[in-house]
Design a protein. Sequence first.
Length: 396
Amino acid sequence: MLVTSIVYDNFKGRIATGRINNGVLKNKQEVMHINREGQMKKCRLMSLMTFVGLGRVETEDAEAGDIVAIAGIPDISIGETIADVTNTVALPLLEIEEPTVKMTFTVNDSPFAGKEGVYSTSRQINERLQKELETDMALKVDNDAEGGWVVSGRGELHLAILIERMRREGYELQVSRPQVINKIVDGHKLTPYEKVYIEVPEAYSGSVMQKLGSRHGELQEMRTETGVVYLEFVIPTRGLFGYRSEFMTDSRGMGIINTNFHKYLPDPGNWKERDQGSLVAHETGITNMYGLVNVQDRGILFVGPAVEVYKGQVVGQNARTGDIHVNVCKTKQLSNMRSKGDGGAEHFNTPRPMDLEDSLEYIGDDELVEITPKNIRIRKVVLDENARRRIAKGGK
């Protein structure tokens, strides 16, 4: 039997699912576990289950062709073989693609830490990441020198799904900018490339090709069938960061995109970094319409009125390079004198809401995304303006 998927159960531990290739498997039977390195170890099955609908039910035996789930082997993984003790034949291994993107997860240390999440300590976050490793074979977690965790996965979307699941479960954390995992081979820097398969209506294919071309994508194949264009690109993994949301907009939600790891190739370089700086909150407080209207000409705002912000939080994107500190909590000074201009309120532009994927695409190296069950905020790593200036000048 070849193991094709793993799930975790709080009572039975790892449950491995696969189809029996040959022979008969019985409950409580002694079997040989052959791991990815070819090492063999005798194990006894604690449970043998078959599937009825979407649920698992216990059974006493199963034969060739049956899809079964087994429990009792704590270190089993995808692609490994369960064989007979006397006739140990290993089936061909299933390849697990190696991680291509990494991010640093840290404990939330913002001024609002602990107010919105249920689980916010390093022990709780570490336990959740270790639990995820039980079922996600493509995920890798290493401890960081500064007390965080370097989490590596199969792409930006893979890690974003994990973060979103943790957020919905009540976890509170901070994450850094996604980075590709490069390799140095014979003195040359190699970066991971993806094969991208796209189906899009013919009317929107031009904008898709233009966007992927600007991200160092190379068109491999193109064909049209009944008004639908099928495109195949090879593109660096870094070029796909933040593209999915753009793709959905460009294709009006009617496009389909799939990606697959291709191989490591030389880094094309000449990556376009973000030209604009950020609008950073000057003080902690609640945003006010008066302050927001005064600031909106400086760039694009991410927050509306009556939103709690803290000093050092990114509240918008500057229209020019460099960061600007703005006072979005400023209130109008009231007096008992009437002004000629009173009553003519200025127009307030609708702020741009930043979801998780938008935030991960936006942030720079000196910024973090703060994730809580109720909010997703962008902040500076160093909240104090004077401390940031000292660091920029080479001080501490």
